[in-house]
Design a protein around this ligand. Structure first.
Ligand SMILES: [Cu+2]
Length: 277
């Protein structure tokens, strides 16, 4: 019995049903990970609940029910145990039931699903706005509330990584935001369609040339959270990661003071040319 209990616990942990605590320290995928990345925003917490508990529970119950029906049919109605089959072709009560029950299940799923959708799309009053511009092939970030300074965020190649920095996700200049603040993200494409996505925050929004798209997140834990461009944008699509550093308000203000000086000094276009992209 104990072995079964241990196995069940391991399975639950592996499926990410245990609240994802095993990966709590990471804002990026890890080896052998199953399930969703650990949540670091209220929207992502709801997504994890919706997927890992509600949907997975309903799917498991439906699959178990269908499997049980199949087993009953195979045992009780095979040619040996039931040599003279019934000629019945219709049963109104059963037909109504198997139409109505799935509809009821879908309505039951739709209620929390729409609630979550509205939470994602209905932007709360923002404490900070950042603008993410997708370029071939890097992101540039603008802080319109804070003097509109802008900087580029470029992939750090494998041979320049420091210990602990994740490969293909680390960038030279991270997007920096304060913890527990509503951050409005405005995004646009400078050349083709890109997509700004950070799994731990539960955001993914297309960056379309000529159209400003908006989303929001509230990071609830300090740390670095990674994402990638999620719209096939050309040759180096796999090499334009997104790294968001979430810091305390004090650290954010210190960073802002430095960044305003640092990034005001160099026009963006000059830095683009210097990277060779
Ligand atoms: Cu891309």
């Amino acid at each position: 019995m104990q072995a079964i209990g241990l196995f069940a616990a391991a399975l639950i942990a592996a499926l990410g049903l245990g609240g994802g605590s095993a990966w709590a320290a990471f804002g990026h995928p890890v080896d052998w990970q199953l399930g969703l990345q650990d949540a670091a925003s209220p929207v992502m917490e709801d997504i994890v609940w919706f997927h890992d508990y509600l949907l997975l529970g309903i799917i498991t119950a439906i699959a178990a029910f269908v499997l049980a029906l199949l087993i009953i049919v195979m045992i009780r109605f095979n040619a040996r145990s039931n040599p003279t089959p019934s000629r019945t072709t219709h049963n109104t009560a059963v037909e109504i039931a198997w139409t109505v029950v799935p509809v009821v299940i879908l309505i039951f799923i739709a209620v929390p699903s729409f609630k979550l959708l509205f939470k994602q799309l209905d932007l709360p009053p923002a404490d900070l706005t950042i603008k993410a511009t997708g370029n071939q092939w890097f992101w540039s970030y603008t802080y319109p509330d804070n003097g509109n300074f802008e900087f580029n965020s470029i992939l750090v190649p494998d041979d320049k990584l420091k210990p602990g920095q994740p490969r293909l996700l680390t960038v030279d200049n991270e997007l920096v935001v304060p913890v527990n603040k509503n951050v409005r993200v405005q995004t646009i494409g400078a050349d083709v369609i890109h997509s700004f996505a950070v799994p731990s925050f539960g955001i993914k929004i297309d960056s379309v040339p000529g159209r400003l798209n908006e989303t929001w997140f509230k990071a609830t834990r300090e740390g670095v959270y990674y994402g990638q461009c999620s719209e096939l944008c050309g040759r180096d699509h796999a090499f334009i990661p997104i790294a968001v550093r979430v810091v305390s308000e004090q650290q954010f203000n210190d960073w802002l003071a430095d960044a305003k000086k640092k990034y005001a000094a160099v026009p963006t276009t000059t830095r683009v040319a210097a990277t060779g992209h």
